[in-house]
Design a protein around this ligand. Structure first.
Ligand code: AMP
Length: 425
């Protein structure tokens, strides 16, 4: 008997029951027993048609005497018994999905069967349940990633890369990586020889009442995801090294930080500009990548780089959204099921606004009222701001013209979410 790990997912029918039945059928197979199963985790569908349901995902540790191919046949037979239709469309909804993640320590590469599962390292929805039942496996996968936690270590790494004429792409993050972050990493890897991803929850950009302490963190999972997206290393400095007790220097970008999040989070952009400057000085990238999701942040960084003559190209990448339109964010992890359902209203209200402008409504007040009305239909929602602004200066606009930004900050329950769109008139 050998030990195997199985990944399980369902987003059609009675998902919980489908998984339970799959585990029972697996346990009932000849020569096979289920030793351990993880909890069931609710996850968002990926790369799917817009109306695909949410998944429940789990992982199981089994002992089996089947060969890898026989085990695959058994899993496919269980899928069939539980109503899975094959061949289905890629990423289509399914009553049950059973994947062999690991088969003992074997490596298999056949057209119909690859073990370990080739996309295992790219999928948070597999890594998370797997970590629960096989923490040592996740630890060893994470060890495949080069993690640098000292400033001198990081400088040394960069010096070596630059000595070999490598171009450096840099993706600063606060971790708890999702597809939005990974899209930046993939782009950096495409453009540059070396891609550095920093993971640092920057204390000085959080207000005293904000979520610095409870901000979600998972270095092991992040390391695996970052490397599989193309990161050459992860820079993981600690706050004491970044801000020793005698720290005194801050970077302040004026004016464009007076609006939107700058108005409601005093000191936030000073914290962001300062940490990004420090990271730029340590990593000295050729190109740095930011998401349009944090539109104002990208604008602040561009201005800072221009004003302070930093020899760095800033690339801003499009917002990556869940299948239903919610902008991906590490903070989405805070949302309850009801809140998650309500949160999509940010995107929907922006889409509605876009449509109204397209149909000729250019009065910012009317558009803001329409957005407000849509958002406040959700009981869990509280609006922090709705802004219609010049996309370059962030100054308020009364009328839509040229490039106009609509930006929102909305509390869904106790979670603050932001989203935005640019409308060209
Ligand atoms: P954070 O970890 O939230 O500080 O984000 C790190 C970087 O990823 C920032 O440049 C963000 O704008 C970017 N980012 C976060 N969420 C998304 C998303 N949904 N789509 C694209 N970029 C994103």
């Amino acid at each position: 008997m050998v030990t195997c790990y199985i990944g399980i997912g369902s987003n059609l029918g009675d998902r919980e029951n489908n998984i339970k039945k799959a585990l029972t059928l697996l346990h009932g197979c000849l020569n096979t027993e289920v030793e351990k199963a993880s909890a069931f985790y609710e996850t968002q569908p990926q790369g799917c048609p817009g109306n695909a349901g949410r998944f429940l995902n789990a992982a199981a540790k089994i002992k089996t005497a089947f060969s890898p191919r026989e085990l695959l046949r058994q899993l496919q037979s269980i899928e069939k018994q539980l109503g899975r239709i094959r061949p289905g469309k890629r990423n289509s909804s399914r009553s049950i999905d059973l994947d062999i993640l690991f088969y003992n320590n074997q490596k298999i590469s056949l057209p119909s069967l690859k073990i370990p599962h080739p996309r295992l390292r790219q999928r948070a929805f597999v890594l998370k349940p797997l970590k629960e039942i096989a923490p040592e496996t996740i630890r060893s996968l994470a060890k495949e990633t080069k993690i640098i936690s000292t400033l001198s270590g990081m400088r040394g790494f960069i010096a070596k890369e630059k000595a070999q004429n490598m171009t450096i792409g840099f993706v600063p993050t606060m971790g708890f990586l999702h597809e939005g972050h990974l899209s930046l990493i993939r782009q950096a890897k495409k453009d540059c020889d070396t891609c550095v991803v920093s993971i640092f929850v920057n204390p000085i950009q959080f207000g005293p009442q904000e979520d610095y302490k409870k901000y979600p963190r998972d270095l092991e999972q992040d390391s695996i995801l970052a490397k599989s997206a193309g990161a050459s290393c992860v820079f993981y400095p600690n706050a004491k090294d970044m801000y020793p007790p005698d720290y005194l220097t801050y970077v302040n970008v004026e004016k464009i930080t007076d609006y939107l999040c700058g108005a409601s989070r005093p000191g936030h952009f000073k914290g962001v500009a300062t940490v990004v400057t420090k990271l730029f000085n340590i990593i000295q990238p050729h190109i740095a990548y930011f998401g349009q999701k944090d539109y104002q942040q990208a604008l602040v960084i561009r201005k800072m780089v221009e004003d302070l003559n930093m020899p760095i190209t800033i690339k801003t990448m499009p917002i990556v959204r869940e299948c239903d339109g919610l902008a991906m964010s590490s903070r989405n992890a805070y949302l309850t099921t009801q809140e998650r359902a309500d949160a999509v209203v940010l995107y929907q209200s922006l889409q509605k606004a876009r449509e109204m402008v397209r149909q000729g409504q250019h009065d910012a007040r009317i558009i803001k009222t329409a957005i407000k009305t849509a958002i406040l239909k959700k009981k869990t929602a509280k609006i922090e701001y709705i802004s219609v602004a010049d996309a370059r200066t962030l100054e308020d606009r009364e009328v839509f013209r040229q490039k106009t930004l609509i930006a929102l900050a909305v509390w869904i329950g106790r979670t603050r979410l932001i989203d935005n769109i640019i409308i060209e008139v």
